[in-house]
Design a protein around this ligand. Sequence first.
Ligand code: ADP
Ligand code: NA
Length: 329
Amino acid sequence: KYPPRVFSGIQPTGSIHIGNYLGAISQWVKLQDQNEDLILSIVDLHSITLPHDPHTLSTNILELTATLLGSGIDPNKVILFQQSNVHAHAELCWCLGCISTMARLAHLPQYKEKSASLKNIPLGLFVYPVLQAADILSYKSTHIPVGEDQVQQIQLCQELARMFNSKFGETFPIPHTMITSSEYGRIKSLRDPSKKMSKSDPDEKSRICLTDAPDVIVRNIKKAVTDFQSEVTFDAEKRPGISNLLSIHSFVTGKSIDTICKEAEHLDTGRFKLEVADAVVAYVKPIQDTIAQHLSDKSYLLNVLAQGAEKASNIANDTLKEVHEKLGM
Ligand code: ADP
Ligand code: NA
C-alpha cells in the first residue's frame, strides 16, 4: 500500500570518520545508485538535545553537507536537507508525543545511557526518540537503515505508528529496519579496539576522519593500538586491533582480507600500518578534494539544502495535514 521509501538521518556533531563512511554514507550511496527513493536529513534538532556551541553547529552543518556531496550523494537523486528547515518534524513530534508515555520513553537504553551522567536532564533528550519517529513518519518511510544500537528506537517508532493508526485510522506504514552493518561490522577505535570508532570519543587519535590531513592519518594509524604479536593475521576476537586495520585496508582497497594477509606475510605490524595509512590516504584524497571544493562555495551548499528542504516540506506538510485532520484539527 505504501511505496518503498528509505529515510535516514545523521547528526551534525563532528567530523565524519571512516566508520560513519563505511557503515552509513557508502551504504546510502549504494541505495541511491540502485535508484531507491531515499531521503537524508542532517538532524540538527537532535544535536541540540545535549549542550552545544552554536558556531560549531553551523560549521558542522556545512561541513557535513560538503562531506555527503563529496562522498557521492547526488542531491538530484536523493532528497538531502537540514531538519530544522522543515517545520513539520517538530509539529509531528508534538502530535506523536501526545500518544507517547513517559514510562515508555524512560525505558529506552539510549536515554538511560545519555542521561546517566547528567544532573539536569533536558526535556529534549527525553523526547529525542519521538522526534526520530516524527522524522521517519513525516515521509511515510517504509525502510530505515540502522545499526544494532538503534533497533529499540525504531521499535518505538513502529509502536507509535501502530497506535496512531488504530486510534485515528490508517495513516502510517509500519517501517522496517534494514540492518546495514557492512561485511566488516563496526570499525573500531584506533586507541581502544574493544570500542567502536565514534565522533563523540574525546580522543581525536581514536579515529580517521574524512577531512584529516594525510600526515594526521599516517600518525594516527601508526599509533593504532595492536598487540604483542608481530604477524599480520585476522582474528576479530583475539586480535581486534590488527583485525580492525585489516578491515579498513580491505574496505579502501577492495582486496579480500585473505589476499591482504598473504601479501603482508613478510611484514610486521609496524610496517603494515604504514601500508594501511598509504591506502587510506590514497582512498580519501579525491573525496577530500571534492569536500574542499564544496566548502569554498558556501552559497552552493546553502542552495542544495534549500532545494532539499523544499522537496522534503512538500511531502512532510501533506502528511502533517492528514495527521491534523485525523486528530480533528
Ligand atoms: P558516532 O558514534 O560516530 O557519533 P553516530 O551514532 O552518529 O556515529 O552514527 C552515524 C552513522 O554511522 C550510523 O548509521 C552508524 O550506524 C554509523 N556508524 C557509526 N560509527 C560506526 C562505526 N564505528 N563503524 C561502522 N558504522 C558506524
Ligand atoms: Na554518537
